[in-house]
Design a protein around this ligand. Structure first.
Ligand code: SF4
Ligand code: SF4
Length: 287
């Protein structure tokens, strides 16, 4: 990790929004079980109002996504809907070189959120902790934010006619607690903290992966971090969108580099200090 680049993005208050803290997460994709406990913990905590039946602020995507529905030559329309879920989690590759992983994705609480300037009524703002929130009293339901977010992380409530999104459990954070998806995570894959605090576990772990080897040292208290972290990069998902996501991932092992490039390639290479060559950009465009 280039310390210079880290300082550029996290070493000072956000130059546009002024927040002096930027809460974020580091998620170890080697340890995600795809159990969706995080999704349910979030949903049961915050999405109990009118029109929120179909909302999922935290999603967990299967990569690669399997065949859905699968072809069935005997079915009237040639598709097997009866067993459709059965084929979603299908690894890619040829044995023994198989790969698959789960990708948990709440809102990225971006440092330069695309959703925020898209709102014509200024309902979206970043709070002092860097959390991107929607003031539902100001939201007029124009849906511009939904179109603007490249991560598809804003939902439109058809009953209240308001946009809604992950709030990073800010009421819990203000009480000194961690977000529900972090507390409930079965695989203990999530490290939560302030990216702008140079001494926080999350910023130290992203900047210095060798600390991962001491994950179980009680003095360091990095309780949720993999032993294998020294071997993996820490990257943001689709950082090429240019919004500076506050969610970071420890990349899954055994996934071919060209596949990782699809999900974690592009501009993040610049952020972690690797050169942005014309060849690399061309390669990324093709995927
Ligand atoms: S992920 Fe989307 S909704 Fe969340 S802050 Fe970034 S642009 Fe906005
Ligand atoms: S609770 Fe943890 S292990 Fe389970 S899907 Fe969510 S992030 Fe993955």
């Amino acid at each position: 990790m280039s310390e210079e680049l880290w300082q550029k993005y996290y070493g000072q208050p956000n130059p546009i929004y002024g927040n002096k803290r930027q809460y974020g997460m580091l998620l170890d994709l080697n340890k995600c079980l795809g159990c969706h406990t995080c999704t349910i913990a979030c949903k049961t905590t915050w999405t109990d109002g009118p029109g929120q039946e179909n909302m999922y602020w935290n999603s967990v995507n299967t990569k690669p996504y399997g065949e859905y529905p699968r072809q069935d030559a005997n079915a009237p329309d040639g598709l097997d809907y009866e067993n459709s879920n059965l084929y979603q989690d299908v690894p890619k590759g040829v044995y023994p070189d198989l790969w698959q992983f789960y990708l948990p994705r709440p809102c990225n609480h971006c440092s330069r959120p695309a959703c925020l300037p898209a709102c014509p009524t200024q309902a979206i703002y970043k709070n002092d902790d860097g959390i991107v929130l929607i003031d539902e009293d100001l939201c007029q339901g124009y849906k511009n934010c939904i179109k603007a977010c490249p991560y598809d992380k804003i939902y439109f409530n058809q009953v209240t006619k308001k946009s809604q999104k992950c709030i990073m459990c800010f009421p819990l954070i203000e009480k000194g607690e961690e977000p529900q998806c972090v507390k409930s995570c079965v695989g203990k894959i999530r490290v939560f903290g302030d990216l702008m605090d140079p001494n926080s576990a999350i910023s130290r772990l992203i900047r210095d992966p060798s600390l991962g080897a001491k994950a179980y040292d009680p003095e360091i208290q990095f309780k949720a971090v993999t032993r294998y972290m020294t071997d993996a990069d820490r990257r943001q998902y689709r950082a090429d969108f240019g919004t500076i996501p506050s969610l970071w991932y420890i990349l899954p092992k055994n996934v071919p580099e060209e596949e990782l490039e699809k999900y974690f390639g592009g501009a993040m290479r610049g952020l972690i200090g690797q050169p942005h060559t014309p060849e690399a950009r061309l390669k990324y465009k093709k995927t």
